[in-house]
Design a binder for this molecule. Sequence first.
Ligand SMILES: N[C@@H](CCC(=O)N[C@@H](CS)C(=O)NCC(=O)O)C(=O)O
Length: 399
Amino acid sequence: MEAEVAPHGKGPPPHFHTQFDEEIEVVRGTVEVVIAGRAQQLRTGERVTIPRGTTHSWGNPTNEPLTIRGRNTPGSVGFENFLRVVYGHARDGKLGSNGLPASLAAMALAIRWSDTNLPGFGAKLFSPVIGWLARRAERDGTADELRRTYACEVPPLTLFQMPRAWGLPNPSPFCVKVETFLRMSGIPYETAVGDPRRGPKGKLPWIEDGETRLGDSGLILQYLSVRYGADLDRDLTQDQRAKGHLVRRMLEESLYWCSTYANWVEDDGWKHVRAVFERQLPPLLRTLVPPLIRRNVIGLLHAQGTGRHSPEEVYALGRADLDALEVLLGQNHYFLGASPATVDAVAYAFLGAIIEPDVMTSPLRSHALTKEGLVAYCARMRQRYFSEMREVPPSSSTS
Ligand SMILES: N[C@@H](CCC(=O)N[C@@H](CS)C(=O)NCC(=O)O)C(=O)O
């Protein structure tokens, strides 16, 4: 973007970005840039790159007008939306004296979308308030209205996944994880049924967003956070981040394999998994292909290790994971407290995969249904993010 700055025009206060590096190039005039406390003046044709995480500010200290060109790497839709909103507010005479939208909700969203963070004491004071205002604006529709008014919409990305089944958003928890994250972040998307062999990693899910094709749910979440300024963990402490990380890993690397065992190795689970694949295949392949896929997954379970255990041993491992998760959740609404974070996209995906499908009858599911906290948690997540889906999740039982 290119911007003109009036003589003695002030730029933003000291701030930093976490998701992109910023380059400032002087097209005409002189800019004063303060990076990590050190001031320097750049003249026509000169440029500087401010790495992410580095506090900086800039302004025009001269009597002459200044034109600068700013470039963020990687590009950020969130930042572009911020520019649209702020310049749109200027055009409509809706800016406050600080140069930001006078409406608190629009101001908070603009700050969030631009990934602008204040250093030191300012951060401690303002960040939680800005976060709260922005979340409220996303919930009550103000954010959508702002996007519409200032043409912030971007072409929806496409999430390639399996067809929906068993009343779940998706039979693949990795796909549910990404779709839940998209909904939590308010990112516009479409879904399409994908063939894993065509995906960039040979697995589902993958996304296509303009020129970008990306596989692996974890990498996709990272990409979305940067590209759309959708960092759901922004307000977390280091301790909470670490806890979220461990819970994610446990769900994906441990509990997932127990539920895969229940669904793919055990005949009771397999008959429902097979039906999902049969529905997608032409009649001739229906009897041939599902057993081959099953053999492949049983091979994966063996290589990973879970498949080498007896059913009793597998379910004991799964029960231990569920027991720990129930304790960790405690009385909280979400895994890290009162507000949902990235770990909740993962927790809902992997716990919902066990708790929600009524058709499944494994000992893992029976045990999960005795965990009232986890059952209520899945119902809460579904109500909040997938309320349009008709199937009602089960209520807890003590059987
Ligand atoms: N680490 C990957 C795992 C994805 C994954 O295992 N996807 C399964 C469906 S749940 C898949 O596509 N399997 C097909 C295959 O392995 O051929 C992620 O996080 O996306």
